[in-house]
Design a protein around this ligand. Structure first.
Ligand code: NAP
Length: 301
């Protein structure tokens, strides 16, 4: 039996695991698939993490991971299919394994939003991507479009403009939600074209994506479509044990304590204002300390 199972290997989960291991706890991290420390791998450049002037999200994530591995903390690649609360917690995995644990730190983060338009599913991985930094190099010298008006879409467009022949930035409003300085940089790029007050209606192609149609009737030929319309919390699997807000974020304070004893949350999945690497790392540490205190109490029982 583990003292803590950490679900999620992003900055929050890895930080929690490090604190637990250093407190002498028997801890394991479960990750659905190795993606380079979660959503952080999608960031082209992280420049606001104290002590790191500028590093790609992928490199920063890899440093987090190596730090955890150097402490001999196991990271198991498997998918959590169910979580059951008995006297202890049971964690069921898609491999058929069942883990028993006294505490759980749930740090499964968020997944990128989908457009929900006809053809989207069929072209996923065949021209439609949700991570420019991961897949951008596949579209070197080709024509692409980015959908969204937040910082992710702006950063994606900037990154792709260095690689692609043409980048269309398609946003449903005439004002961007993201950083104005990036908008100004994009305006200076000759291969970037803004398409505002428009939405993608449908996608077409033979075996891979070739064309998109917009709600204003226009059709645009592209090879790659990068969807950057925000992300959503992965909280379904613990919903019966916790309270969530209207958007699915798990209601918990900085200490990660939920309405279920022994179940703690950390990182983007928690209700909070600022979802960044630094707050995820902080959440992980706080949730670990909460779990350590809970385990102390558990021993006295
Ligand atoms: P976001 O800020 O929520 O922006 C999502 C964008 O997608 C919005 O412009 C939204 O349009 C649009 N959108 C949503 N649903 C859509 C749909 N169905 N069809 C078309 N467009 C749709 O998400 P994000 O850009 O991923 O950023 C998330 C957070 O991470 C933000 O706080 C951001 O500042 C931060 N972040 C920071 C950096 C950085 O500092 N470099 C980089 C990436 C992300 P509306 O504007 O009309 O709502």
């Amino acid at each position: 039996m583990y003292e803590t199972v950490v679900i999620g290997s992003g900055p929050a989960g890895l930080s929690a695991a490090l604190y637990l291991k250093r407190a002498g706890k028997d801890v394991i991290v479960i990750e659905k698939e190795y993606e380079g420390a979660g959503q952080i791998a999608r960031s082209i450049r992280v420049e606001n993490y104290l002590g790191i002037q500028a590093l790609s999200g992928e490199e920063l994530g890899e440093r987090f991971r190596q730090h955890v591995l150097s402490e001999n903390i196991p990271i198991l690649e498997d998918e959590v299919t169910d979580i059951i609360q008995k006297e202890i917690w049971l964690v069921y995995l898609s491999s058929g394994r069942k883990l028993e644990t006294k505490t759980l730190i749930y740090a499964a983060g968020m997944v990128p939003g989908e457009l929900g338009i006809p053809g989207e599913k069929a072209y996923q991985g065949k021209g439609i991507s949700y991570c420019a930094y991961c897949d951008g190099s596949l579209y070197k010298g080709k024509d692409t479009a980015v959908i969204g008006g937040g910082d992710t879409a702006l950063d994606d467009a900037l990154y792709l403009s260095d690689l692609c022949r043409k980048v269309y930035l398609i946003h449903r409003r005439d004002e961007f939600r993201g950083n104005n300085a990036t908008v100004e940089l994009l305006k200076k790029r000759k291969n970037v074209e803004f398409i505002l007050e428009a939405s993608v209606k449908e996608v077409y192609g033979q075996r891979t994506l070739e064309e998109i149609s917009l709600d204003d009737g226009r059709k645009i030929s592209i090879n790659g479509l990068f969807v950057a319309i925000g992300s959503f919390p992965v909280s379904d699997i613990i919903k019966s044990y916790v309270q969530t807000d209207e958007n699915g974020y798990v209601t918990a304070g900085e200490d990660g304590i939920t309405s279920s004893p022994g179940l703690f949350v950390a990182g983007d999945v928690r209700t909070k204002k600022l979802r960044q690497v630094i707050t995820a790392v902080s959440d992980g540490a706080n949730a670990a300390v909460s779990a350590i205190q809970y385990l102390k109490f558990d021993k006295k029982r």
